[in-house]
Write a protein that binds this ligand. Structure first.
Ligand code: HSE
Length: 437
């Protein structure tokens, strides 16, 4: 049967993995797809590298636009990244009636509405399984496996670099900077690690998952983003003593008032399976009304795990590309004319439990002053621990865990607590999620 012809843009880590896996598993993939999938042309600035990886098995060019304009190419794989030339190439490929597979979460989280609309208008498909949690088929699961359900929330460890850093900090008691260097040496971090450690990469991914889960437009600009660069190792230690692990979570939750869309370090009970996802692994927990909780775990990055997702999209496109566009699976799980605008809540209106750490003078009445402030804000305390002051010190660490409250109430209480003369410096605030029903 006539092969489907693929043009590959970018033969770095994931592009190389895609080439290798397609070649190695060629027979098995063809049996599934119904016809061979053949990379006929690769575009990369580094032609020497492209030659090494492909071994002369296909045409090479340093002009990516020649690939998206090539009438012989049926599907374009975009693995260049970023929002600049990658966007031009994707839009040009769509305009030329080509299907697109991309791992570019940044592009889709910021420009997805325009890209999906253009694809819809042209009757082409955009596969983006590789954009969220690498090799874990989470997009397929949310878009197709859970279609019976009303999804309540999604919470994911969707950045391997930060999960590696947090795991190492907890396990080895090492400071953030030391572990970040190790993560870069191992190749986990993006070229600019800021996107990883400041939560931007995770926010791109949870933005896409929120759209798939709730049928809302992509709204990255409304996501709340807080990374791990300011996380103090002492809080990882205290959290552990209290029975919690700290993870960088992407959270998307449906509430009666709107959608919570947020990324931040989060205390999770250590007994939860997701709290035990360590190293660079990813996991996504989805709570839905019929099925209950389902957990998806695997490698969120790397050459072959991400290639696995890219090729799964190629197979889907190969199977579906002769189907009428209206009979295909919608890009964001819901039919385009059935998407709804739900408000994304500001952090002030998010409801969570909190971990507070403060440094206080070890003397009578301090705790009473603090608990009074919390009571005035209608905040109920779940647990209080005061650490013994170290030898020769007159101040002690006080840790408070609260029951659920609105973020604006905890912020108001913190302002008043920090104004107390007996409290030194700032209060450290971390959010806590039970992640149970
Ligand atoms: N840099 C990402 C991570 C991998 O650390 O998970 C690609 O999304």
């Amino acid at each position: 049967m006539k092969p489907i012809n693929v043009g590959l843009l970018g033969i770095g880590t994931v592009g190389g993995g895609t080439f290798t896996v397609l070649q190695r598993n060629c027979d098995e993939i063809t049996r599934r797809a119904g016809r061979p999938i053949r990379i006929t042309v690769v575009a990369d600035k580094n032609l020497e590298l492209a030659k090494q990886v492909t071994g002369g098995a296909c045409r090479l060019t340093d002009d990516a636009f020649s690939v998206v304009n090539d009438p012989e190419v049926d599907v374009v794989i975009e693995l260049i990244g970023g929002y600049g030339v990658a966007k031009q190439l994707v839009m040009q490929a769509i305009a030329n009636g080509k299907h697109v597979v991309t791992a570019n979460k940044a592009l889709l989280a910021t420009n997805g509405n325009e890209i999906f609309q253009a694809a819809q208008d042209k009757g082409v498909m955009i596969g983006f399984e590789a954009a969220v949690a690498g090799g874990i088929p989470i997009i397929k699961a949310v878009r197709e496996g859970l279609t019976a359900n009303r999804i309540e929330w999604v919470a994911g460890i969707i950045n391997g670099t930060t999960n590696f850093i947090l795991s190492e900090m907890r396990d080895k008691g090492l400071p953030f900077d030391t572990v970040l260097k190790e993560a870069q040496r191992l190749g986990y971090a993006e070229a600019d690690p800021t996107f990883d450690i400041e939560g931007v990469d995770a926010a791109h991914k949870i933005t896409l998952l929120a759209s798939l889960a709730f049928g809302i437009p992509v709204q990255f600009e409304k996501a709340y983003i807080e990374g791990i660069s300011k996380l103090d190792a002492v809080d990882i230690k205290y959290a552990e003593q209290l029975g919690y692990r700290i993870k960088l979570l992407g959270i998307a939750r449906r509430t009666p008032e709107g959608i919570e869309l947020r990324v931040h370090p989060t205390l999770i009970p250590a007994k939860r399976l997701i709290a035990n996802v360590e190293g660079a692994m990813n996991a996504v927990l989805v709570q839905a009304d019929a099925v209950g909780a389902t957990l998806y775990y695997g490698k969120g990055a790397g050459a072959e795990p991400t290639a696995s997702a890219v090729i799964a999209d190629l197979v889907d496109i190969t199977r579906m590309h002769t189907a009428d566009p209206e009979n295909r699976v919608p890009h964001l799980a819901f039919q385009p004319d059935a998407m709804i605008e739900l408000p994304i809540l500001s952090m002030d209106d998010v409801i969570s439990s909190y971990y507070l750490r403060l440094r206080v003078a070890d003397k009578t009445g301090v705790l009473a002053d603090i608990t009074r402030i919390l009571a005035d804000e209608q905040i109920s305390i779940d647990a209080v621990i005061q650490k013994e002051p170290s030898d020769g010190e007159i101040q002690a660490d006080l840790i408070l865990l609260t029951h659920q409250t609105r973020e604006k109430c905890i912020n108001a209480a913190i302002v008043k607590i920090e104004a107390l003369g007996v409290v030194a410096g700032h209060v450290t605030k971390l959010r806590m999620e039970e992640l149970g029903k």
